[in-house]
Design a protein around this ligand. Structure first.
Ligand code: PEP
Length: 253
């Protein structure tokens, strides 16, 4: 049984005030009977505040990006060890906004994945196709190439310590979500690719869906066989909507 995970990617949004309000609101809405995992991914400057608010909380803390390097003269970069020192237990790697806006290649993403693992962080590997690639029938090839880059450099055993997030680029922040069946098809292909290398690991790795998940569409997406929760952008900035999505994940067991 894979435990569903709902992770909130705040992207470049927030403030001290929002961090306090949002985390207090989330904390107040948790139920001791909840079995799904919940995680927030604030921007770097708010991680230590978030950590202080989440002491003894069930809400896990993660970051949105990390450097491939451990330390040194890399102005503006943040290492995996620093994230861990700030209370993070997870980090996104290869979010499509990093791939597109910062030119992160599959190779860089694979290096970041390994840097996260080496520091004991859970990497959440984001993969997904653009609209153009989908329309040209390249969805599975693109996602498979992105996953293969990590499989080749880190090995299938490393995936056992990671989470994969399928995020069709055309669905991120657009209000246009993949249908549950469209998402399930790609999730099944991702799992099959991992299972071809190790059936046990392939069956265990959580594969999240991301792309305009909202309170009103989460339940049918999470009900799909190979979908193990979601990576949530916009809807994670309100405690009410993020908790509603989290509720849907709790009901998807
Ligand atoms: C994301 O940023 O990973 C994401 C899925 O965003 P949204 O939910 O806003 O589409």
């Amino acid at each position: 049984m894979r435990t569903p995970l709902v992770a909130g990617n705040w992207k470049m949004n927030g403030s001290h005030e929002l961090t306090r309000d949002l985390l207090t609101g989330l904390e107040a809405g948790l139920d001791p009977a909840d079995r799904a995992e919940i995680m927030v991914l604030p921007p770097f400057p708010y991680l230590t505040l978030a950590r202080s608010l989440l002491v003894d909380s069930a809400i896990r803390l993660g970051a949105q990006d990390l450097s491939t390097r451990p330390d040194g003269a890399f102005t503006g970069d943040v290492s995996a060890a620093m994230l861990s020192d700030c209370g993070c237990s997870a980090v996104l790697v290869g979010h499509s906004e990093r791939r597109t806006l910062h030119g992160e290649t599959d190779e860089v993403v694979a290096e970041k994945f390994s840097a996260a693992l080496a520091a004991g962080l859970l990497p959440i590997l984001c993969v997904g196709e653009t609209l153009e690639q989908r329309e040209q029938g390249q969805t599975e090839a693109v996602v498979s190439r992105q996953l293969a880059a990590v499989l080749q450099s880190a090995g299938i055993a490393a995936l056992a310590q990671a989470v994969v997030a399928y995020e069709p680029v055309w669905a991120i922040g657009t209000g246009r979500t993949a249908t549950p069946l469209q998402a399930q098809e790609v999730h099944a292909a991702i799992r099959a690719q991992m299972s071809a290398e190790d059936a046990t690991i392939g069956g265990q790795v959580r594969v999240l869906y991301g792309g305009s998940v909202k309170a009103d569409n989460a339940a049918e997406i999470f009900a799909q066989q190979d979908i193990d929760g979601g990576l949530i952008g916009g809807a994670s900035l309100s405690a009410e909507s993020f908790l509603a999505i989290y509720r849907a994940a709790n009901q998807s067991f």
